[in-house]
Design a protein around this ligand. Structure first.
Ligand SMILES: NC(=O)c1ccc[n+]([C@@H]2O[C@H](COP(=O)([O-])OP(=O)(O)OC[C@H]3O[C@@H](n4cnc5c(N)ncnc54)[C@H](OP(=O)(O)O)[C@@H]3O)[C@@H](O)[C@H]2O)c1
Length: 261
């Protein structure tokens, strides 16, 4: 399959890395366009593809287009494309809903939303998928492409912002918590590099354990021996209102998505 990538920034790079892993048996061929030509060249080289000199050139040659520009640039790119494409368009832009995408495209175009996260680079992405106007056949192609770099969750657009706030924002939110764990280790006299390593490796193993279990509450129950250290830590987190803090963080992210819409 030939995939056109419009925009060669952070998330496009994570997707390309995910699709080019040795475990992916049929990686897509890539045609990349970015307003910064050098960026497109670099990403195309990393993905074993080629750079295009315009969005229309990339899209016309592709089976499917991934729009990976910032939300404020989406409609401009679609206007420039006109009717230069035939395959489905996948927008990964936060806050740009299907209605806006449809309004910016010629009648009958197949367009959907996918919200990736940067874990795509390791094949551990979470991809929220709103089918939009795709045919069943187009939707199958899109799901297959993204599933090769992680897990695809199809959902209604009404739930998209909340789901994005949890899964899409998770790497950033969790990384910020890990920074606090490193700072706590430092506060207890562990030197900075070791403190960071303890926090990073700690979360790595913990995340793998939670993923293997599929049930975070049972991991907490197994780890928190009554009267033990983890039980004391979890009780302290609860007393400090961590549940409310997480609720508010997710609400803040979902509210921000609504502002972008
Ligand atoms: N980063 C994430 O973790 C993440 C996660 C999920 C979804 N997303 C979504 O993915 C999209 C891209 O995010 P990002 O973080 O990858 O942004 P980014 O790093 O800024 O990349 C966007 C790229 O698109 C280029 N661009 C701007 N206008 C263009 C045009 N008309 N044609 C082609 N390229 C153009 C930009 O160039 P200039 O910098 O010169 O403008 C930049 O190189 C956003 O809509 C965001 O909501 C991002």
């Amino acid at each position: 399959m030939i995939v056109a990538l419009i925009g060669a920034g952070h998330i496009a790079a994570a997707l390309v890395q995910g699709w080019r892993r040795p475990a992916v048996t049929e990686p897509p061929s890539l045609i990349v366009f970015d307003v910064v030509g050098e960026r497109a060249e670099r990403l195309a080289a990393a993905g074993g593809g080629r750079a295009a000199t315009s969005a229309a050139e990339a899209v016309v040659a592709a089976d499917l287009t991934v729009l990976a520009v910032r939300p404020e640039d989406v409609e401009g790119v679609l206007a420039d494309l006109g009717a230069a494409f035939s395959g489905p368009i996948v927008s990964v832009a936060a806050g740009v809903n299907v209605a806006r995408l449809v309004a910016a495209l010629p009648a009958g175009a197949g367009v959907c939303r996918v919200m990736p996260n940067v874990a795509a680079a390791m094949g551990l992405g979470v991809f929220l998928f709103v089918r939009g106007t795709l045919s069943a056949e187009q939707a199958e192609v899109v799901v297959r492409l993204f599933a090769s770099a992680g897990t695809v969750f199809a959902l209604e657009e009404e739930r998209f912002d909340a789901a994005t706030a949890v899964a899409g924002c998770m790497p950033g939110m969790l990384a910020s918590l890990v920074t606090y764990f490193a700072a706590a280790a430092e506060a207890h006299g562990i030197e900075p590099a070791a403190a960071r390593l303890l926090a990073v490796e700690g979360v790595h193993g913990a995340a793998a354990t939670i993923a293997a279990s599929g049930d975070p509450a049972s991991v907490t129950a197994a780890a928190a021996t009554p009267g033990g250290m983890t039980a004391a830590a979890v009780a302290s987190l609860e007393a400090d209102g961590v549940a409310g803090a997480v609720q508010r963080a997710v609400t803040a992210a979902a509210d921000r998505a609504k502002e972008l819409t």
